[in-house]
Design a protein around this ligand. Structure first.
Ligand SMILES: Nc1nc2c(ncn2[C@@H]2O[C@H](COP(=O)(O)OP(=O)(O)O)[C@@H](O)[C@H]2O)c(=O)[nH]1
Ligand SMILES: [Mg+2]
Length: 211
């Protein structure tokens, strides 16, 4: 996602290359492309709009120094704003336990299972980890299959038990298998709910307590 976002941002700033100064017109044109790139990367519409409004305000308010070109200036302002949009600082994921256990929680349809696959792929290819995915969503019939398909795509093992309706038991047995097989990361894909409710929080707390 970030690769394609940065490619699109690069393209957006090309508009400004060779232009002598920042004007309302060339800024608007560039920022329209920036906004499109953000929307393509799933940034919320309001956030994207607010983002480009802020960049525009800053860009037009800047005294353009002769030493830097308008495109460099706009790239810098956009970079600074993107950094602050993302929270300003990075918090690395803690991976020092063996295995490190990651529990996915969140509302139904919020992208837990998809992210489970993305995260596993990242940890495998970029961090040299050996992940095991655990299918602990016992409510939606296709959920186990969805995780298996993802696991196959990225070459990561998946633990599941279609017979069981007990996510805690599944997680427990999955973790035992991970320890046996030397998996260094375990990602537990849970069911989530339509709304945050007490049963869900209890289930997650119980899962967490297992470790
Ligand atoms: N646009 C977009 N769609 C996503 C993203 N992650 C997941 N989805 C889609 O959202 C739907 C629900 O995702 P899923 O991972 O099954 O959510 P879960 O119910 O929380 O496990 C699926 O159709 C996914 O393809 C994302 O980052 N962007
Ligand atoms: Mg899911």
């Amino acid at each position: 996602m970030f690769d394609s976002l940065s490619e699109k941002l690069d393209r957006a700033f090309k508009v400004l290359k060779g232009q002598g100064k920042i004007t309302e017109i060339n800024v608007a044109e560039t920022l329209k492309e920036v906004r499109k790139a953000l929307l393509d990367a799933d940034v919320n519409y309001k956030v994207a709009k607010q983002f480009t409004d802020t960049v525009k305000e800053k860009a037009l308010g800047q005294q353009v120094l002769t030493a830097i070109s308008p495109s460099q200036l706009l790239v810098k302002i956009t970079h600074d704003e993107l950094t602050s949009l993302m929270g300003g600082e990075t918090a690395d994921i803690k991976l020092d336990s063996n295995p490190t256990i990651i529990l996915m929680s969140g509302l139904q349809g919020s992208g837990k299972t998809t992210f489970t696959g993305k995260l596993a792929n990242h940890l495998k290819t970029k961090r040299g980890k050996k992940p095991l995915l655990i299918a602990a969503d016992v409510y939606r019939p296709a959920a186990i299959n969805q995780l298996h398909v993802l696991g196959e795509q990225i070459g990561v093992e998946v633990f599941s038990d279609a017979e069981s309706k007990d996510p805690i038991s599944i997680a427990k047995r999955g973790i035992a298998q991970a320890k046996e097989n030397g998996n260094t990361v375990v990602i537990i894909d849970t069911a989530g709910r339509l709304a945050v409710d007490e049963a869900m929080m209890n289930e997650i707390a119980a899962l967490k307590k297992r470790n």
